[in-house]
Design a protein around this ligand. Structure first.
Ligand code: HEC
Length: 244
């Protein structure tokens, strides 16, 4: 080999080394392992339902304060396959729930065979208990006979509770909105201001507030005719959210 071919071989070899180097370096730069956990952690956000991407829910009073019983009557169509909410109405798959607000849990409807899950639960149907029950009956009372997935949308729940409240001889005044809009997860214990606000929110407004509350006198739900609506209660949450 003469000098000239040695030089050429040298250049070829050099070029190869440079190319290899570039490949390694760019590989380092642009190759990223898929992280085990996708997304960025957000500090200070608690109570977020994983997977759903839903916002942290506010206390029941927040939604109840602006609840619309007429909209609740619409939502109640999801319940009419199993419930009648008229005075003196029959027990169906589920008990009659006329005047259910503030009644003892699982004792209200005469002649209805409640499951022990609910008849042994204790307490009464406060706003908060109804709110939690309708979100997920099986989480509120494990083993309940109410095979209904629940209403995932908090405003739907509040509306239906307002509707149930209207189905009563003596509708209760709806809770007032929590004083200062508490930060997300405002019911968190510890923050004294939040605790005070929450306590305040639990106080039912006194006096003639009740008169301001629109009371639905006519039952727009047609019991028994909406069995079709009930076909897939488990997709309810998604359906009612996409409807909006
Ligand atoms: C598939 C039938 C079914 C559907 C749908 C259903 N429920 Fe029920 N519900 C029941 C049964 C059964 C019980 C009794 C539970 C038990 O004994 O464990 C019950 C119990 C209740 C109670 C407690 C009553 C009491 O006397 O303590 C309330 C309140 C209630 N349901 C509200 C609703 C509302 C509001 C809806 C609609 C959003 C609904 N339910 C949808 C079957 C149903």
């Amino acid at each position: 080999m003469d000098n000239r071919s040695n030089t050429i071989a040298g250049w070829v070899l050099g070029a190869g080394i440079v190319a290899l180097g570039v490949t390694i370096v760019t590989g380092e730069m642009f190759h990223a392992e898929r992280p085990e956990k996708m997304g960025y952690p957000v500090e200070g956000v608690t109570g977020v339902e994983t997977g759903g991407g839903a916002e942290a829910e506010k206390p029941a009073a927040f939604y109840l304060a602006s609840a619309d019983p007429a909209k609740g009557a619409e939502t109640f169509k999801k319940c009419t396959a199993c419930h009648n909410a008229d005075k003196g109405g029959p027990n169906l798959v589920g008990p009659n729930i006329y005047g259910i607000v503030d009644q003892p849990i699982g004792k209200h409807a005469a002649g209805f065979a409640y499951s022990p899950a609910i008849s042994g639960k204790g307490g009464s149907w406060t706003w908060d208990n109804l709110f939690a029950w309708l979100k997920s009956p099986s989480s509120f009372a494990t083993g309940t006979k109410m095979t209904f997935a629940g209403l995932s949308n908090p405003q739907d729940r509040a509306n239906v509770i307002a509707f149930l409240n209207s189905k009563s001889d003596a509708p209760k005044p709806m809770p007032a909105a929590p004083a200062a809009a508490p930060a997300a997860g405002g019911a968190a214990a510890g923050g004294t201001t939040n605790a005070a606000a929450a306590a305040e929110a639990k106080q039912p407004p006194q006096g003639d507030k009740a008169k301001d509350q629109p009371i639905l006198t006519e039952n727009k739900a047609t019991p028994g005719k909406n069995v079709k609506d009930m076909a897939a209660p488990s997709v309810d949450g998604r359906a009612s959210q996409t409807k909006k």
